[in-house]
Unconditional design. Structure first.
Length: 510
């Protein structure tokens, strides 16, 4: 296993620094919380007075950072407080894992470094195990290419009343970002030249997170709600599969790159210490429970998958796709998911994962193609997943997916060529925050896809996010869309609403 053997917190070379000597606001990247548990919250921030510079513009020392957790937004009723150290080995990111809190309760938090007070964040704990929960409000987001437009969707969802945001991958893109910010159209020279190259090294990934997290809409969404995150490919390398790159780089070089990408991801996300990477490995799949109402299983479809079939992309189906040993999740994760389903006591089982699960033909009739990067490229693995849900007695399954930069709603079935095959679940595919630029309600392939896929209930090609309301009797999905992302501040509207009813899987207009 690859590992970073040096440069970890506790090494002797990093002397302590007085935060009073920081000359400008170090909280430019905001605050965040993540993975809510019944009695625990995870808080995050990173000191970076100049986030577009290596090291965030800080001297390479250790800085004490104070934190406070309160019942009220004015911080008059403090629940906990303490001090944590920002280490240069972790790019001065810090996380605080607080336990022993009340379940199902809103808390407010903030950080302080010397004279500098960071922005306040709002978070909440999950309901107690076994609690009867009337409603759970979530938002699903994905695919936020900085160079393709503004993160207006995040600004809009920051104003919603949510229990959590679920990010389904492509938090950042490894592609070069020009000095003008691409579609954002900044004045020439706004961004420094080192953003205008593909991210490969640890420093480059760290700088890219500094660029993305400097966006005010993204900071607002993180401060407003706890987040549950998983990655897809662009946080590391487009279309990579396990230890194989998406291009022609040598696998040993790619594993070094993957180790850098995974480390920067953990440093810059509100993930718990249990997710800390070990070299080029990071166990990201995990399970969250919200009383008796919902269980959310968060999957990783990148780190353990079989390689895409030769050629990749959209291909006509062939024997290579159907090899029984092909896997999307790997053996251990498949077993973990099946075991979790067997033990689930939740009314609703939500699966948070990256790529489209439903079969998706690109055109009707003979000669159609399938996307081999999605589950269509791994049909045996898809069969095992849906069979595992059936064997566990899961009747109310909702799969949350992303990756394709459009909004879809699918009914899930076991036999895709059998018109009478019973529906076993619903899939909600959220669109991108900005990737693909503005988009349109009916993309050029809208007629072909809707005709070729009778299980497709909704298709919209604009940017935005998906709001989800989980109740005992139903799950409602509201597809929120923006008129544009290449200009800031576009209004948000609802393109469609669909409901799946407990005990009667499938989607119907809501």
């Amino acid at each position: 296993m690859l590992a970073f053997a040096t440069g970890l917190p506790g090494s002797a070379h990093a002397a302590g620094r007085d935060p009073a000597r920081i000359r400008s606001d170090p909280f430019t990247l905001g605050v965040a919380s993540g993975d809510p548990l019944p009695g625990s919250v995870l808080l995050w921030t990173r000191l970076a007075p100049r986030p577009y510079e290596p090291g965030g513009g800080l001297d390479p020392g250790r800085y004490p950072v104070r934190w406070e957790l309160a019942h009220d937004p004015r911080f008059t009723r403090i629940v906990r407080r303490g001090t944590v150290t920002a280490h240069p080995e972790l790019d001065h990111s810090v996380r605080v894992e607080i336990t022993g809190l009340d379940p199902a309760r809103v808390y407010h938090y903030r950080f302080r470094a010397g004279p500098w007070l960071g922005p306040a964040g709002r978070t909440r704990t999950a309901p107690a195990p076994g609690a009867r929960v009337r409603e759970l409000r979530l938002a699903a987001v994905s695919c936020q290419a900085y160079h393709d437009g503004y993160f207006t969707a995040h600004g809009r969802l920051a104003t919603e009343d949510l229990h959590a945001v679920i990010h389904l991958g492509d938090y950042l893109y490894e592609y070069p970002v020009p000095a003008t910010g691409g579609a954002r159209g900044y004045p020439e020279g706004t961004l420094p030249p080192w953003f205008d190259r593909e991210t490969v090294t640890l420093e480059e990934y760290r700088l890219r997170y500094g660029l993305y997290r400097s966006d005010p809409d993204l900071r607002a969404a993180h401060a407003a709600h706890p987040w549950v995150l998983t990655w897809d490919d662009h946080e590391t390398d487009d279309n990579y599969a396990a230890g194989l790159p998406g291009d022609d780089r040598a696998p040993e070089d790619f594993l070094l790159r993957r180790a850098a990408a995974y480390r920067a991801y953990w440093e810059n996300q509100p993930l718990r210490p249990a997710q800390r990477p070990r070299g080029a490995e990071l166990r990201l799949y995990r399970r969250l429970r919200f009383g008796r109402l919902a269980q959310i299983d968060v999957l990783d479809t990148r780190q353990y998958r079989s390689d895409q079939v030769p050629g990749g992309g959209w291909q006509q189906p062939g024997a290579a796709l159907h090899a029984p040993g092909r896997t999307m999740l790997g053996t251990a994760q498949e077993r973990w998911l099946a075991d979790g389903w067997r033990r689930s006591e939740a009314r609703w089982n939500l699966l948070a994962q990256q790529v489209v699960l439903a079969r998706r033909r690109d055109a009707p009739g003979p000669g159609h193609r399938l996307s081999t990067d999605a589950w269509d490229g791994y049909p045996a693995a898809r069969d095992r997943l849906l069979a595992g849900a059936g064997a566990a007695g899961i009747r109310d399954l909702v799969v949350l997916s992303a990756d394709v930069h459009v909004g879809y709603g699918f009914d899930l079935v076991r036999e895709w060529d059998e018109p009478r095959s019973p529906v076993v679940g619903a899939e909600i595919v959220t669109t991108s925050v900005s990737s693909g630029r503005d988009g349109t309600a009916r993309p050029a392939n809208w007629a072909d896809l809707t005709l070729a896929n009778p299980r497709l209930r909704f298709y919209d090609g604009r940017r935005g996010y998906t709001a989800l309301t989980v109740r005992e009797d139903s799950v409602r999905a509201d597809f929120r869309v923006l008129s544009a992302v290449t200009v800031p501040g576009a209004p948000v509207t609802t393109a469609g609403s669909f409901v799946t009813v407990a005990g009667d899987p499938g989607l119907r207009p809501g």
